[in-house]
Design a protein. Sequence first.
Length: 445
Amino acid sequence: PDFPSVIASTFRQLRIMLSFFSCCCCAREETAEPVGDVCHSLRVQPWEHGRSSADLLPAELSASHLGAPDSQAKAPSARSIMTLATTCSNLGIVAPFADVMLCMSTAVAAAHEHWWIVIATCTLLVLLCMRHFFAESSSGKSKVQEQGHQQQQVKGKDAPASPLECLEAQWAAKLASLPSPVRNLDVGGTAIDWDVEGSDMHLKELSSVSKCDMARFLAARANNVAKAAQLAESVCRWRAAVQPAAVATCQMQAPLAQGMYRIAGWTKCGYPVVVLDAERWKASECTSVDEFVRYIGYFHEIVCKAWMGEGIHRFVMLVDLSGFSSEMVRPLAMRCVVQLAKCLDEINAERCAAIFLLNVPRMFHMSWNVFSCLANEKTLRKIRWCSRSSTREVLGRFIDNSVLEQRYGGEHLGWRIPSGFWKHDVPSQTPPCYNCAAPDPTKDP
C-alpha cells in the first residue's frame, strides 16, 4: 500500500473518533461542545453542511448519555449501537473501523468517570489500525513474492523472460499459424489498395520483421507486448500496401517535382540529416493523399536502407518553415500532415532522433495547437525550436560546418533533391558508422 496515504487515512479516522470522545466526555461535565465545533477545530468536516450534531448522533444516545443526569445514564442498548454504526457510515468511516468505533463509544458511554478505560480504548484503536494496514502490506508483499516465484518457475521452463523475447515468441507463433497467400497484390496502380490481408506482400512483410524492429515497436509502446504486436501488424499492413521500396516515379510525380524532401549529409555522430522544406510543398498540386503517402514512404525507405551506416538506426530532421502559408492548413494538406505524422510515429517508430524547427513564422505559432495534436507525446518531446539567430549555434553542435548548408549558417552549397530513382538517390560515399564520442541529440539537450 501507499504508506503516505495510509498514514493520512489513519490520522483522519483518529480525528473523527477523537471528536466523538470529546463530545461524550464533555457531556459528563454538562459542557458538551458540539461535534461540529470539535471537528472544525481538528479540520474534519465529515458530514453535509447545515446538519447539527443532534441530527447526526442517535436519538437514544443523545437522550441517555449526552445530556442526561448521572442517575439516568445507562449503557447503550443493541439498537443504539446499530444506530451508531449507521452514523459511522454517514461520517465516512470505512468498514474496518466501524466495529472499533462501536467498542470505543460503548466504553466511553459506560465509563463516565473511569478515564483509564478511555485511554485503553484509544490504545486499542491505534493497535488495531496498525494491525489492519500492516496486514494489507504483508498480503501485498506475499502476492509480489508469489508472482516472483511464478515468474521464476516460468523461467525455469525456458519461457520468454523479457518483453522482447515474449514478442518474438508471440510473433513466431503468429507466423506459424499463417495460411499460404491466396492472391498476389497489385501495387502498380495510382490508388493504394489497403486490403492486403492474405496477400503475398502481406506475408512477406510479416516474415521480414526483425528483432531490431521488434525492439523499436516495444520502445514506442513502453514495453507493452500486446500494443507492440498491434503496432507491428499495422506497420506490416502499411508496408504491404505502399511498398515503399518499389514506388515508381509515376506514382509520386507532383511531390518529386516540388522537392520538399532532401537528404543533407550526416550529423557528427552519424545520423542522416533529412530536410523538409515547407516552401517547396504545395499540397494542392498533389492528385491525392496516396501520392503523398508513396512519396514519403519512398523517401524514408531510402534514408533507412541506404543512408544509415553501421550501428545507425535513427535520423535527424530539419523542418524549414520559412515558406509556411495558410495553404498548409487546408483539408487536403492536413490529411497529408496526418500521414506524415503516422509515418514518423508508427511506421518509423523510434527512428527519429530529433526534429529541429527552423525559421518559424508567427502563423505557424498560431497553428501549433492544431499540428501538435497530430503527433504523440514522445515525438513532441523530440522537437526543438530554433530562432533565426540561434540556428547556426544549435545545429552546429550536432552537424559539422562543412556539412551544414549555407542557408542555415554552414559552408555547404546545398544537397541535391532525390530524383525518385533508387540507384541515383543512394549516397556516393559509404555512410559513416556511429561515433559515440560525438554529440548525440538523443542524449544531449
